[in-house]
Write a protein of this length. Sequence first.
Length: 116
Amino acid sequence: MTDPMNLTLRYLTFFAAFLPAFFFGQNSLTDEEVTAYIGMFNNAEGTYQIQIIDSREMPSIPLSIIDEIDAVRKENDIAYISVKDNIRIKVLPLFVINAADFVEVETMVYLKSSEI
């Protein structure tokens, strides 16, 4: 089980880093939609991973990408969503998430192209 203090710190760090990017360009969303999307991201935490390749930039990911994460999730295979040339989202399959020994992945990682 995840330590509640550690989990709270992870959420605060994640949202402090990404909320400004989420809201940039999100003017067409209502407050209720933003709240719903944030809830969906919280529920999916650990089942997807933002991968930044050969860069240290902070990605700007739209809130609505959670719909695409849900849509591309497969039963048995990892899926990827391309956000930019050097940013992708790794979406874990259901069989991994539903396994008794499931371990959440980090929300965001920086990778070298030689590692993928």
